[in-house]
Design a protein around this ligand. Structure first.
Ligand code: DWN
Ligand code: SAH
Length: 407
């Protein structure tokens, strides 16, 4: 089958396949749903022209983002603090004029915009998943329940005027039609407006072989080079970047209208590192495929080792990214008795594809396993601090990606 790049329409060829995959956040509420479960083949590719890392087959947006979306960003206190700090930094950098207006796509449960609503800054979230949008409104965050695109941008300008700031954290890899988003940003932003994008960085994923960031919602994993190619077509460019270690390594991109702001030294250094990592070269992903296979085999040998000793193994954190690990590695209810998760919407369901039961943290307390695969490894510090008693009693984490090991 032939595929074309979603950004520049050039022919693209997948460099590997993670095989038959369910929708990452499509937790099943009953066994009756097993027989109609949706699967697709998860195949990543790098566009040889615009250098965009993307997956070539994806479910329809409505299948992923709807009125029972499973991810509530505010489940993490660490991420709540992270986005509160980001909001204060952006106010100082870009919102010093009178009557500023800030917009955010993927505003989810208001984790970021609540920091603007609190000081009565004009704001608007654009969030297509109705349940999380409702949670945002409950916090006093103005939220439009819609998918962002050109028409939504025009509607917002007509009703609210142009924006000083357009924020998209952990969202720009969720939207198939990036050209429509970029065109929408060009319509929505004031002439001196700034777009802030932050999401898992291709450099970290490749360097650490954190392949679990690849799943249906994450139809792109961005690099600076690819983002500049995608937004350059709409008169926008990256002028500054900031790297952080959240979600296994994220890049925060500051974009403005071309030629409007000087490029920062941090941008030059990050671009040089992209060249050194070979993010734009096909051979990098030939090696990436080999490392994914080695990672899979290592994880299964660790889990099988515990099972052969008659030990009990569970999962911790029914993350979206765990769907890739579980279904790529072939992890079944025979390997993991259950997966605990603090999100009520995920509890008492079955994990996508594997149908491993998802249970509440209380179940973990009442039935402590010998080891737990930490699917929410990106929250290690926050979680390890919560489970001190279990750890003192000998509980071990099995780290599923990056350095696959028992800690
Ligand atoms: O891009 C996305 C990121 C931002 O969030 C979305 N596509 C979906 C989602 O991805 P994820 O599910 O991999 O994100 P997290 O933040 O790694 O998910 C953590 C999971 O672990 C949540 O379901 C909550 C759970 N959890 C827990 O059980 N105990 C989290 C913490 C901190 C805890 O203490
Ligand atoms: N911003 C939060 C949540 C990210 S999860 C954080 O950084 O943690 C991704 C969010 O993007 C989901 O809430 C999803 O519903 C939303 N989303 C998906 N497609 C979208 C689109 N076309 N426009 C706006 N939001 C979208």
């Amino acid at each position: 089958m032939s595929y074309r790049c979603r950004i520049c329409q050039s022919p693209v060829l997948p460099f590997m396949s993670f095989g038959r995959m369910p929708i990452a956040n499509a937790f099943l509420r009953s066994k009756a749903e097993f027989e109609t479960e949706y699967f697709y083949e998860l195949k990543p590719a790098l566009c040889p022209v615009c250098k965009c890392f993307q997956i070539v087959e994806i479910p329809r947006p409505e299948q992923m983002f709807h009125d029972h979306y499973a991810y509530f960003a505010s489940t993490s206190a660490v991420m709540s603090r992270h986005f509160a700090a980001m909001a204060e930094d952006l106010k100082k950098r870009y919102m010093t004029g009178p009557d500023c207006f800030v917009t955010e796509i993927g505003s989810n449960d208001g984790i970021t915009l609540q920091n603007f609503a609190r000081d009565k800054t004009r704001h608007l979230g654009i969030e297509p998943s109705a349940n999380v949008a409702e949670a945002a409104r409950a916090k006093g965050v103005q939220t439009l329940n819609a998918f962002f695109g050109v028409e939504t941008a025009k509607q917002i300008v007509a009703e609210h005027g142009n924006a000083d700031l357009f924020i998209a954290t952990n969202t720009m890899h969720h939207i198939e039609d990036i050209n429509a988003v970029a065109a929408g940003v060009d319509i929505l932003l004031k002439p001196t407006g700034v777009m802030i994008q932050e999401d898992p960085y291709l450099g970290d994923m490749v360097e650490d072989c954190a392949y679990d960031q690849v799943y249906a919602e994450h139809m792109y994993i961005w690099s600076i080079t690819a983002l500049n190619n995608a937004f350059g077509r709409h008169g926008l460019e990256v002028f500054h970047v900031e790297h952080n270690d959240h979600h296994g390594g994220c890049m925060r991109y500051h974009l403005g209208r071309k030629g409007q702001r000087p490029s920062s030294p941090e941008l030059a250094a990050a671009l040089a590192k992209e060249q050194q990592l070979g993010l734009d070269r096909a051979e990098t992903y030939v090696r990436f495929k080999q490392r994914c296979e080695e990672s899979r085999d290592r994880l299964m040998s660790l889990i099988d080792g515990y099972k052969k000793q008659g030990k009990r193994v569970a999962g911790y954190g029914a993350t979206a990214k765990s769907a890739t690990v579980i279904n790529w590695c072939g992890i079944t209810p025979g390997h993991l008795d259950w997966i605990q998760d603090s999100t009520p919407a995920k509890q008492n369901t079955f994990a996508p594809g594997s149908h491993i039961p998802v249970v509440a943290p209380e179940h973990f307390r009442a039935n402590p396993p010998d080891a737990a695969v930490l699917f929410a490894w990106n929250h290690f510090k926050e979680i390890d601090a919560k489970e001190v008693a279990w750890r003192k009693a000998g509980g071990k984490w099995i780290m599923p990606v990056r350095k696959v090991e028992v800690v």
